[in-house]
Ligand binder design. Structure first.
Ligand code: TMP
Length: 203
């Protein structure tokens, strides 16, 4: 456990379409069944800055990469202050779909320095565990377009996502555990449980 805090922060990271949101839901169900108090959340959040970010999805070029970084950081600060920090203090297990590894990878892919991005996140509680889901880009894109019936938004264009994937590959932080997401849902879920179970002993 980080920072001697009573709760746990587990984040789900990776390029789009790697199945991380599905895995978050499966884990939440198991933890609730076992009697833990679970908070499932996501970034960009539903707060004021998160809402502005979602509006950008349809037209990325409206703002510069620096302004984009500022918005993601403002959203994270708001999310940490209002939900993540109080939940950690309250002994809850927070499952967060994307967190600052996404900022390093996505805004890093947009040309900003990854170390600078990490340093600007120093206000954010360090995750106890960052599950980094990895699958070939083509699999993720196919899942978005066919599985979800969606078109790709401006954050999901293939050449950009290739750069994002490279940023994720290069990330080295103690909280990261990599998961091969190109397998069936149940096999991946078992891997997730094997990584989470040891952390639960501290709660
Ligand atoms: P999602 O709701 O599908 O996960 O979409 C969020 C998009 O926002 C996704 O394409 C990744 C992007 N993103 C960033 O660029 N930086 C960040 O810090 C976060 C949290 C998300």
């Amino acid at each position: 456990m980080s920072d001697n805090r009573p709760g746990l922060l587990i984040v789900f990271e990776g390029t789009d379409g790697t199945g991380k949101s599905t895995q978050l839901k499966l884990l939440a169900t198991v933890l609730v069944e076992r009697g833990f108090s679970v908070v499932s959340t996501f970034e960009p959040s539903n707060g004021i800055y998160g809402t502005q970010i979602r509006e950008l999805f349809t037209n990325r070029k409206k703002i510069s990469p620096e302004e984009e970084l500022d918005l993601f950081l403002a959203d994270r600060k708001d999310h940490v202050d209002k939900l993540i920090a109080p939940s950690l203090k309250g002994g809850k297990i927070i499952l967060c779909d994307r967190y600052y590894l996404s900022t390093i990878a996505y805004q890093g892919a947009a040309g900003l320095d990854p170390d600078h991005i990490l340093a600007r996140n120093d206000f954010a509680p360090v995750p106890d565990l960052a599950l980094l889901f990895h699958a070939p880009l083509a699999t993720g894109i196919q899942r978005i377009t066919e599985g979800r019936g969606d078109t790709l938004n401006d954050f999901e264009k293939e050449d950009y996502l290739q750069k994002v994937a490279t940023q994720f590959e290069q990330l080295q932080l103690p909280c990261i555990k990599r998961i091969d997401a190109e397998r069936d849902i149940e096999a991946i879920h078992q891997d997730v449980l094997a990584l989470v179970n040891p952390l639960l002993r501290s709660l």
